[in-house]
Ligand binder design. Structure first.
Ligand code: DI6
Ligand code: FE
Length: 422
């Protein structure tokens, strides 16, 4: 018998004495969470090679593996999860809207302020006036805040420029952020966020501009990964939304939608027709919308920060989303008007306290399901061999702590594609 010599791998980094939450498979789930799992492995090890996870399992099983390693990390019994993913943000913008916050507390509604020329349009003016450098500096602070809480991937939308020059400026800033911070940035074109003053009372003219000029130009510059529309009574109609989706389809770009946030416009159902990655907000969605999302394999992105900040009272239909097994993500929706919040850890807590997520659902909402909402689910969102080594290390005793407490940041270390960055 010949002895087969198997080359033993030389890993870049090996974490040992860690507990891992793979979000892939394992034992701890309830009936309600039947398609989800923490996938816990206690007393575990994770090996990283060339930015990817090369091996993971229990220390006991590691004993039978032949390997060498360049750097060993003693995990001291801390917990590893996938790096967190904030799959819906608007962190690039000029100015802020603290004045409108004050107006709302004096009795004006969000819609009233928007209809009186405030709201999104006031941030558009501030964003157009800001230099690219100014936008970059303020957005960098926000992205750094998210990153310091364990975020390794983020989606950033345009939508406060509303003309070719300013939308391009916003998306260039989003791209630059990924060059300076160790965070994957997915760029979403949200030209259809509001009707700009140059097209007042001519929304069709603006939609035509988006479809025929802005989107093709910005896409040709490589600045778009997906296309989004704010489909709402204070935003765009179903028909206008469909025009934008058609233009995106022509460019082979996936679509997303802000739908059913303030009223039921049936936007999620339309998005299902276009096999959208996600429909986001969804407080007012009804059963046929949820069913359509399920059939189209879409992700529901729920945004507890906007619900909280606007003091909404209508909860998204969690029961229906669970019944139809629509994957649920959660995100900050970080923006100056409806969710001036840049804390993913607070979202984990609010998803549970406000939307009645279980802590497992909340964690899935910022890992595996958030990856799906961005089309990143074949490389990110779980700890598995071959997946990107985006790994957050937490000083906690059980994973539910990530959603349970808020205020003390339990992140002790963060790995981005195999590199320790915190
Ligand atoms: N939905 C929202 O909650 C934000 N945009 C959107 O489409 C609000 C943005 C803002 O008020 O600036
Ligand atoms: Fe949003």
């Amino acid at each position: 018998m010949t002895n087969i010599q198997i080359d033993k791998p030389c890993w870049d980094i090996l974490w040992i004495n860690v507990n891992i939450v793979t979000m892939a498979s394992g034992e701890t789930k309830t009936e309600r969470e039947d398609s989800l799992d923490y996938g816990i492995v206690k007393n575990a090890a994770v090996a990283v090679l060339n930015g990817k996870i090369a091996w993971l399992g229990s220390l006991k099983d590691l004993a039978g593996v032949q390997y060498s390693v360049k750097q060993l990390i003693e995990g001291k019994n801390q917990w590893l999860t996938p790096g967190l993913i904030d799959c819906h943000t608007h962190i690039v913008y000029g100015g802020n809207r603290a004045n409108e916050f004050e107006m709302r507390l004096q009795g004006k509604s969000y819609e009233e302020i928007a209809n009186a020329g405030g709201g999104i349009i006031s941030t558009v003016a501030a964003t157009r006036n800001a230099t690219e450098q100014e936008l970059f500096e303020s957005a960098k602070k926000r992205l750094t805040a998210l990153h310091n809480e364990g975020v390794t991937s983020v989606e950033i939308k345009s939508g406060y420029g509303l003309d070719l020059v300013s939308e391009t400026k916003m998306l260039r800033v989003a791209k630059q952020l990924a060059d300076v911070l160790p965070v994957t940035v997915k760029k979403t074109f949200l030209g259809a966020h509001a009707i700009p003053t140059q097209y007042q009372n001519n929304s069709q003219g603006y939609i035509d501009d988006i479809c025929n000029n802005m989107l093709p130009d910005i896409a040709a510059k490589g600045l778009v990964d997906a296309v989004d529309v704010f489909c709402e009574n204070i935003g765009f109609t179903l028909k206008e939304t469909e025009h934008v989706f058609e233009a995106a389809a022509k460019l082979n770009l996936p679509v997303k939608i802000h739908a059913e946030q303030l009223s039921n416009m049936k936007g999620a159902k339309l998005a299902a027709k276009y096999k959208a990655l996600s429909a986001d907000h969804l407080e007012y969605i009804c059963e046929d919308g949820v069913k359509a999302m399920s059939e189209a394999n879409m992700t529901a992105v729920l945004l507890p920060g906007a619900y909280y900040f606007l003091r909404e009272s209508k909860l998204p239909p969690m029961g229906l989303l669970r019944k139809y097994k629509v994957p649920m993500a959660i995100a900050t929706d970080s923006n100056p008007g409806s969710s001036p919040i840049t804390s993913i850890q607070l979202m984990l807590n609010m998803a549970c306290t406000l939307f009645k997520f279980t802590p497992l659902e909340a964690l899935a909402g910022v890992t595996i399901n958030a990856a799906k909402a961005l089309g990143l689910d074949d490389s990110k969102g779980k700890l598995a061999v071959g997946y990107d080594a985006d790994i957050a290390c937490w000083d906690i005793e059980q994973p539910a702590e990530l959603a349970y407490q808020f205020g003390v940041n339990p992140l002790t270390s963060l790995m981005k594609e195999g590199r320790i960055v915190i």
